[in-house]
Design a protein around this ligand. Sequence first.
Ligand code: XIL
Length: 297
Amino acid sequence: ASTLGASAAEKGRYFGTAVAAHKLSDSQYVGILNREFNSVTAENEMKWDATEPSQGRFSYTNADRIVNHARANGMSIRGHALLWHAQQPGWAQNMSGSALRSAAINHVTQVASYYRGRIHSWDVVNEAFADGSSGGRRDSNLQRTGNDWIEAAFRAARAADPNAKLCYNDYNTDGVNAKSTGIYNMVRDFKARGVPIDCVGFQSHLTNSVPGDYQANLQRFADLGVDVQITELDIAGTNQAAVYDTVTRACLAVARCTGITVWGIRDSDSWRTGANPLLFDNNGNKKPAYTAVLNAL
Ligand code: XIL
């Protein structure tokens, strides 16, 4: 096939991008989006600060713009993200203990219920593990409510939207390392105890290279009985096309790698200012990295 989404679909996968609601009035942006992609993730619009700016008052206008565009164009939707230490509303940043726990679980319940039936996969919890060699949790206000906050969030999400796939999502988890192994052990424990989890997202914000055991790392998670997804792919540096090729082939080589999402369309849309890590240049032209991905699919 001649587009990313159609080629991925031939392999039983999706190919998605992060979308910013305010860019849906940019005809070049929307033209590429509609031509190339069959999945979307809201870049910021479904985060806690956006959806619950004051406690108990929910705001879905910008998220709904993306959801409605996706549904009108036959694209599936990754929900991102129900709970995260970053981009919390100020009121939540200032909470702790059982009050924060209740507020967080209520947030999961409300947002997942609002979108019930419309989300392919939810990032229920984002970036809860620490970088470095500890293999343990990141310190955060959520973590300080008790180590079981992650499983409580997944149980609430399942109750609210039984048909959405529920994912844990993180970065610097691309190879077998202490951080990815900490997550692996959590997923194994969840599966053993019946905590609902369906997928693990690998953000894959990369520069110049990808660990040699990238595919093996995806496979070890898949072997636990969860799907894996590449959720926020962008690749800076001179070796870009070759690394995109490697990542795409790794996903296709893992039967349970169900899709790839790039974190923006044109380089000018990237959160990594100046890194030019995406598949289209600032003018919307296809880059060598685009061709590498299309040929690998
Ligand atoms: C980024 C967005 O792209 C930026 O627009 C925003 O200012 C900060 O967040 N990991 C994630 C994403 O899970 O939500 C982040 O998105 C990038 C890193």
